[in-house]
Design a protein around this ligand. Structure first.
Ligand SMILES: *Cc1c(COP(=O)(O)O)cnc(C)c1O
Length: 370
């Protein structure tokens, strides 16, 4: 087998969830494990988050919730978007907690929920300014009336989502909280007993106490990554993923000789170039090498050279005595050095979420239990 895999540190997930719980208490923690746990493996992360006291899990898709149920995970799993009418049966069969935001969604859910089982738990999502999904503040009252009028449904929560919570000085987050509070009042929910209110992702949970309400939906922080540079250090978090490979080939390149497609890097002096069997088909972006991308080998940083190819990339090892089989770390720590998802994101002009989610299915995840 190719010596390329991602170690998933389950102890780190448990510690992160425990610290996040302590940070937002008495609000509860919802662990967001959509997109295969942000590329870390949803089932293992979900189990660890539950053990560490996450009250709720959340996924984006019905099929993601079904995967968790098939793995034997019980307890509440919240869908973060409204399923299509065609997906309602599967959502009900897996007992996923619904998010709804249209009257059609309520109708489709009620049809499926009239099955003699317990009423189906529903959260209504209200849009307070992000303009992705959700009913408007004015529509919330009607949504609540429709759900309340349907005995097969039970209104459990009302939530919203913030657009700029990771930018601490942007006043729009407060505006969204104001709109959320007003929507709750207008819908007559101000004093509804047991209603679960939630308005926040990791950035809100870390840095906006007003938005913690009853529950915080933590995604990226569970994986030990801060939502933005500004929020790094708000809570001590341990990175969960270490992306590893091993040198598969070493050769000496003479001065002036080019490396990889396009020969876009040329050796200035004789140097040892090592090949690492991981490429853009695994989620290492093709131009990372052209934007200063580095790896760790023998405990030091070495630059990627030439463009990243589909299955392999090259590193300039200088005069390090690198040999076939030597460990290479692309994300994570080796010796005293560490490459963070944040660092890679900065080079690629993106956010660390995209860096970890991009690690493809061809890279096995090795679950490292504490
Ligand atoms: C993905 C997602 C989250 C988690 O966001 P993070 O920034 O990763 O904490 C929370 N809520 C909703 C609606 C989401 O889609």
């Amino acid at each position: 087998m190719r010596p390329t895999w991602a170690d998933i540190d389950i102890g780190a997930v448990e510690r992160n969830v425990a610290r996040l719980r302590a940070h937002v208490a008495p609000a509860e923690v919802c662990a967001v494990v959509k997109a295969d746990g942000y590329g870390h493996g949803a089932v293992a992360v979900a189990r660890a988050a539950r053990r560490a006291g996450a009250a709720l899990l959340a996924v984006a898709l019905v099929e993601e919730g079904v995967e968790l149920r098939d793995a034997g995970i019980d307890g509440p799993i919240l869908l973060l978007s409204q399923p299509s009418a065609a997906a309602m049966d599967d959502a009900r069969a897996a007992n996923l907690t619904l998010t709804l935001y249209t009257p059609d969604g309520v109708a489709a859910a009620s049809k499926v929920a009239r099955d003699g089982r317990e009423p189906w738990a529903v959260h209504v999502k209200v849009d307070t300014g992000m303009h992705r999904v959700g009913c408007s503040a004015e529509e919330l009252r009607q949504m609540v009336e429709l759900v309340d009028a349907e005995p097969s449904l039970r209104l459990e929560g009302v939530w919203t989502h913030c657009a700029v919570a990771d930018e601490l000085t942007d006043p729009f987050t407060e505006t969204q909280f104001d709109r959320y509070d007003a929507a709750i009042d207008t819908a007559g929910l101000g004093a509804r007993p047991g209603l679960v209110r939630h308005a926040g992702n990791s950035a809100v949970g870390l840095a906006h106490p007003r938005g913690r309400l009853d529950l915080v939906r933590f995604g990226i922080a569970v994986y030990g990554i801060a939502p933005s540079r500004e929020l790094a250090g708000a809570v001590d978090l341990d990175p969960v993923m270490t992306l590893r490979s091993a040198v598969s080939h070493v050769h000496t390149v003479e001065p002036g000789a080019g490396v990889s497609y396009g020969l876009r890097w040329r050796a200035a002096a004789p140097t040892r170039v090592a090949v690492v069997p991981i490429g853009y088909a695994d989620g290492v972006r093709r131009d990372l090498s052209l934007r200063g991308g580095e790896v760790l080998v023998h405990g030091v940083r070495r630059p990627m050279v030439g463009v990243v190819t589909m299955d392999q990339l090259m590193i300039d090892c200088g005069d390090l005595p690198v040999a076939v089989g030597d460990e290479v770390v692309l994300l994570g720590a080796q010796g005293g050095e560490r490459i963070t998802a944040d660092e890679v994101a900065e080079r690629l002009d993106t956010i660390p979420y995209e860096v970890v989610c991009a690690i493809g299915a061809r890279v096995p995840r090795r679950i490292v239990e504490p």
